[in-house]
Design a protein around this ligand. Structure first.
Ligand code: IMP
Length: 186
């Protein structure tokens, strides 16, 4: 299976899961164009179309957003831009004094099977922490505490994050789909 991403951390998270399942993962390190849109599905669809024009084989890519309830879902589809411009300190500043700290990561995997596009969603609910904690992971991991826990994702090992993450949940649906499509052509 080929993953298209420019993000080494994402690749490493996928690689850990694929290798445990005994499936080979090939990394196509490519920074594809991303649509600026309110809708994660539209962003993924746009990227899938762009990459399918240059890569004439089945592949998948994924887009993730952090949605914070008390900020009306911000940064959501603008998560990359916001991380780059104000980072985790900026988010904590926006959250100062907020009692409701509920938020969620949403990942959408887009898969091109050589002909059609398919989409798989994974959600991880949690809270924005009061401070930046931990040095593992990437992006918003140091300020995100999964529900029913106390540690941020950046305080967890890659294996532990992978056992509960939005990415993992989307991937499980994707793998189930692949298994079913293999069975239907047997
Ligand atoms: P994208 O999916 O690569 O567009 O990522 C959007 C933004 O969310 C980037 O700033 C990433 O660093 C961040 N991000 C994506 N996935 C994760 C994650 O699993 N944990 C923390 N931040 C993430």
């Amino acid at each position: 299976m080929i993953i298209v991403t420019h993000n080494q951390h994402k690749y490493m998270e996928y690689e850990e899961i694929f290798s445990r399942k005994g499936i080979e993962l090939e990394w196509f390190n490519y920074e594809y164009p991303e649509l600026q849109s309110e809708n994660l599905n539209e962003i993924v669809e746009f990227s899938l179309k762009a990459v399918s024009k240059i890569l004439n084989r089945p592949f998948f890519l994924e887009d993730t957003g952090l949605f914070i309830d008390s900020l009306n879902g911000f940064p959501g589809p603008y998560s990359s831009y916001v991380q780059e411009k104000i980072g985790n300190p900026g988010i904590l500043k926006l959250m100062e004094g907020k009692v409701d700290r509920r938020s969620r990561f949403i990942s959408i995997i887009g898969y091109y099977d050589g002909k059609n596009f398919h989409y798989f969603e994974g959600i991880l609910n949690g809270y924005i922490s009061d401070s930046i904690r931990g040095s593992n992971g990437f992006g918003y991991d140091p300020i995100f505490i999964p529900e029913n826990g106390e540690r941020t994702l950046a305080e967890m090992s890659l294996v532990e994050k992978n056992s509960i993450s939005h990415r993992r949940k989307a991937l499980e649906k994707f793998m189930e789909f692949l298994k079913n499509s293999m069975e239907s052509i047997k």
